[in-house]
Design a protein around this ligand. Sequence first.
Ligand code: PAF
Length: 256
Amino acid sequence: MKVVTKVQELPSACAFVPTMGALHAGHASLFTLAKSYSENVVASIFVNPLQFESARDLALYPRTPEVDIEIAEAAGVTHLWLPNFHDIYPEGFTTLSAGPIGDIYEGASRPGHFDGVVTVVRRFFDLLKPKYAIFGEKDFQQLFLIKTIAAGVEIVTAPTFREPDGMAASSRNARLTPEGRVAAAVIFSALNGASSEDQLRQMLATEPLFQLDYADFIDEVDFTHAHGGTQNVRAIVAGWINGVRLIDNMRMELRA
Ligand code: PAF
């Protein structure tokens, strides 16, 4: 695996997996999927300041460079891209807007977050010109918004990588207490067991450590609230345990 900072040293027409580091088994599953699309798998690690709501959150974001290199190499990444801030954001760069869907659900709790995400992802695409880019379904709203700015790049959706108890893999899970980690399984069991929004919220409410932000059924085609005739219903959930924000989602007719 080559580790590079300059985009000129990378193969375009590759399968690309952008990350912010703190890699775990969920990222490894994205790299493995990328390998089935191209022999050149480029992963980036760039902690994007534009998508953090506060300087404190940015400073607290975990950075584990040695482990990241091991995980990327073991999962078949051929090129690890560690861009410099000024290569991504040269003087006078333009910020993109994620539009109105960037302001609801995750965007309502994290103002400006999705503008930062679409800006950096479009910038990566313009610099690298990958053929494919792989994104996990766990960040479903992010995936939805990236598809709106992806012109010229084929977006590949990877299924959510889950722990044995169903919990979606995330670098934030490591910040939960052992008790909080056990409690967090309520999210998967509620998504898996509920057949209405009311039921979903009731099931989540059985776990006293879980503090709900939202639990809604949406139309996954346009992110509007689902109604009786909606064909493609997805349940989306966000909340906190031990002050750690956790999100998950599930297509309703595809539940495990
Ligand atoms: O999902 C992430 O890790 C980030 O939002 C992304 C897509 C790498 C952009 O910084």
